[in-house]
Design a protein. Structure first.
Length: 297
């Protein structure tokens, strides 16, 4: 009996792996990379590597807070969907109180890190993105498909945070970066929404207008927004390397969008979703390489 009592508290503790899963590490990597791209593109002189490290740490903490607190708010809905029911909260492996404390701790430490080690403006934008994601996008998912607009705004802020972290100022290029990230998220989010439309409907998430079971309306929007994204990425170029690379990336994404419009099946939707994931880090890498070698911002 004594041995059982000694083992019980240890068994109740969540594993580090489950705590890490709460932060949505794959999404975290993309957020951190986008912030790093904004930081590097904003630098006219050499990069302050110490400041960049604090930016990456702060954004990782804030992104982890967003993922954790989002799951706290959507525990019941996650439990109703096959793709999310095995997450730590709906499966019961982590308690909601533990997750809530973890999320708050990550948020406070992340914003404090940005404010104290980079710039207050960067911290403000990171805090605004977190508030928009949790306070607007997350509850709107249960009421209107227009939730993707505030969701895309929140998701477009990481490169703005990175730019602001350099010296606490912004430039016209920041608006273009924001526009690219905002527009990219539309085909990305819409392809997810259509791919998992039955599960979202079961959890009472309003992600598609009229549910769009055929996918035709969603596919048309995705194609239009992918074309707009291509135009935005070519507004400002930095030599033939960037121009040709951006054309290739946008051509691949547009091809996937056209295929989804033609077929409107799960395979083409999944291919479009995967293409959108690959597209963004490659485009940002291309931007950093091309603009750093061109000597322009």
């Amino acid at each position: 009996m004594k041995a059982l009592l000694l083992k019980r508290p240890a068994a109740m503790l969540p594993s580090l792996a489950d705590l890490l899963r709460l932060t949505k590490p794959r999404l975290e990597i993309l957020v951190v990379f986008a912030a790093a791209a904004g930081f590097c593109l904003a630098n006219r002189a050499g990069i302050d590597w110490g400041q960049l490290c604090f930016l990456l740490l702060g954004m990782a903490l804030v992104s982890g807070a967003a993922g954790t607190l989002n799951q706290v708010l959507e525990t019941c809905q996650d439990g109703q969907m096959a793709r999310t029911c095995a997450r730590p909260l709906p499966s019961g492996r982590v308690g909601r109180r533990v997750a809530l404390l973890l999320g708050i701790g990550l948020a406070v430490s992340g914003i404090a890190c940005l404010a104290l080690k980079t710039t207050p403006l960067a911290a403000c934008f990171a805090g605004a993105g977190l508030t928009l994601y949790l306070g607007v996008y997350t509850p709107m998912k249960r009421h209107t498909p227009y939730c993707i607009v505030p969701g895309a705004i929140a998701g477009a802020l990481p490169p703005v945070v990175g730019w602001a972290a350099v010296d606490g100022s912004l430039a016209r290029e920041t608006a273009l970066l924001f526009g690219i990230l905002f527009t990219w998220q539309m085909p990305h989010l819409l392809s997810i929404a259509w791919l998992h439309r039955e599960e979202y409907a079961r959890a009472r998430f309003e992600m598609l207008q009229g549910e769009d079971g055929s996918g035709r309306a969603t596919a048309k929007k995705i194609l239009l927004l992918s074309a707009l994204l291509a135009l935005l990425t070519l507004i400002r170029t930095a030599g033939m390397v960037y121009f040709c690379g951006a054309l290739l990336l946008n051509g691949c994404l547009l091809a996937c969008a056209v295929q989804f419009l033609r077929n409107r099946d799960r395979e083409s939707a999944r291919r479009l979703f995967l293409a959108s994931i690959v597209y963004l880090p490659l485009l940002l890498t291309l931007m950093m390489f091309a603009f750093s070698h061109s000597g322009s911002r």
